[in-house]
Design a protein around this ligand. Structure first.
Ligand SMILES: CC(C)(COP(=O)(O)OP(=O)(O)OC[C@H]1O[C@@H](n2cnc3c(N)ncnc32)[C@H](O)[C@@H]1OP(=O)(O)O)[C@@H](O)C(=O)NCCC(=O)NCCS
Length: 147
């Protein structure tokens, strides 16, 4: 699977964690993007929360920053009552990281917009975090660019 060519959505909100004072250099240590989207699940409109751009600077990894930022992002999405579940897309080598943090594989199909039109989005594996709905299969149309 390749995702180098994918056109991604811009985050609506971001969780940013600064490097600690004992880091080799100052600046940003960790980033998580937050997205709000009216999508469809099996043809019905549903508000979903997106999480993307999860990244911790190499020299700041293993300190719990990504976990902290993910939790803050999930809390932010959950505060919006209309949001039924959260969704992210990840590469195979990161699936265990998210599964250990309560995310579940979504086994259905995902569609998204790209400049060339609506596509079956298979560039990365979809994972969901349950709020009031627990999607595991069916068809989710992101009704916009992926994140
Ligand atoms: C994955 C990533 C975000 C983790 O950031 P981090 O701030 O180090 O994460 P945390 O400190 O919260 O968690 C670290 C824990 O996750 C584990 N972990 C890290 N990457 C993992 C992976 N790919 N699979 C399973 N576990 C992983 C670590 O072993 C560590 O475990 P421990 O707490 O038992 O020691 C970071 O390694 C990164 O930026 N990687 C490159 C970008 C990337 O792949 N982003 C994800 C896009 S989907």
């Amino acid at each position: 699977m390749s995702w180098g060519h994918v056109k991604w959505a811009h985050a609506d909100l971001r969780v940013l964690i600064d490097a600690p004072e004992d880091a080799a250099r100052p600046g940003l240590a960790c980033h998580v993007g937050i997205y709000f989207r009216t999508a469809t699940w099996d043809g019905r409109k549903v508000q979903i929360g997106g999480i993307g751009g999860v990244s911790t600077r190499e020299d700041c990894r293993g300190r719990g920053y990504a976990t902290l930022a993910l939790n803050a992002a999930i809390r932010t999405l959950r505060d919006h009552e209309a949001v039924r579940f959260a969704m992210l897309f990840c590469e195979p080598h990161n699936e265990a990281f998210y599964q250990a943090r309560g995310w579940h594989a979504f086994n259905g199909e995902v569609y998204a917009e790209q400049p060339e039109g609506r596509i079956h989005f298979e560039a990365m594996a979809p994972f969901v975090f349950d709020f009031t709905r627990k999607p595991r299969d069916g068809i989710i149309d992101l009704c916009g660019l992926p994140w």
